[in-house]
Design a protein around this ligand. Sequence first.
Ligand code: TZP
Ligand code: MG
Length: 344
Amino acid sequence: MNSEKRLVDANINRACEGLRVIEDVARLHLGEAELTVNFKEKRHALRRLFPWSFLFHRDSVNDCGKDSCLETELQRKGIRDVVLASFKRAEEAVRVLEEMSKLSHEGSVDKLKEIRFFLYEMEPYFLDKLLFPRKDGLREPLVYFVLSLDHCDQKNSEKIAIEALKGGVGVLQLRSKVLSDRDLLIHGRKIRDLCETCEVPFIVDDRPDLAILLRADGLHVGQDDLPISEVRDLVGDKMILGLSCHSLDQLKALNSAQVDYAGYGPIFPTRTKVDHEPVVGAAAWENTYSVVCPTIAIGGISLENVSELRKLGCRRIAVSSGITNTFNIQDTVKRYLQILHGER
Ligand code: TZP
Ligand code: MG
């Protein structure tokens, strides 16, 4: 066993582990497709710099440092902390590899330096993104409940919201095309308070003015509403902003700096939205993997057809009648979540 090679082996692993954590956060937490690919490429490039023979110098059993663990290593306050620790781990390990490469002429000092500087550049970007909890509530699996006041007994709207929240909806959107502004404000305040208590993002459909007045967590707009950049200017930086998309081209045109999520559909025929755009069909979901922000399937989703979507990789659904018109709202929401989790 060669101790220099042992040291290199340990640091290849360290660097790749750190890069992998960051890559998964970019992919599964932030939904940043381009960054995910960048980190994956760096991880693979790093592995390629060193021959596999380093593996034969591994001796983890006799590693005198394997049991030492600082108190601070056991505590992570949140995903931001995890990412910070992973950046440090990767940066330090790459620096060790760089230094060892100067000795052994294995690996490539220049390439390693490039990876290290890529990490230095990315670190503040991630930390800033993660400080900003706009996308936190959109994590998958997600049941996004569209509470349409036009399709339920309005007197029962609070009861419906409570049941849906108890069932585990991750987002609640308030929607009405017919209620007066005053009534919307009255209903909106009550539903907002319920969402606040349950720490579930409350989203207002269509109306930036009401979203601001109601101190909503988010606003959802359509393709024909004000341009998204103007809407962002109106509602400010902190509000979650969702946009309805009805085609792959619309999804491809999304700018993740402006839009936090896209609703994609209608996937199936629906009666909740009058004059809706053509149904895209469940198979259309297969083309959504490269969309730059979290994408939520919407339109005609029910307990009967949600598995079809899940099989195609969908883990975020927006449902209205498939929740409101059920006998036991709480159980129905739980069942959607079970199916999205892959349970039978
Ligand atoms: N946008 C596209 S379909 C739809 C909206 C708001 C309605 C979704 O309601 P349902 O009852 O789940 O089909
Ligand atoms: Mg709209």
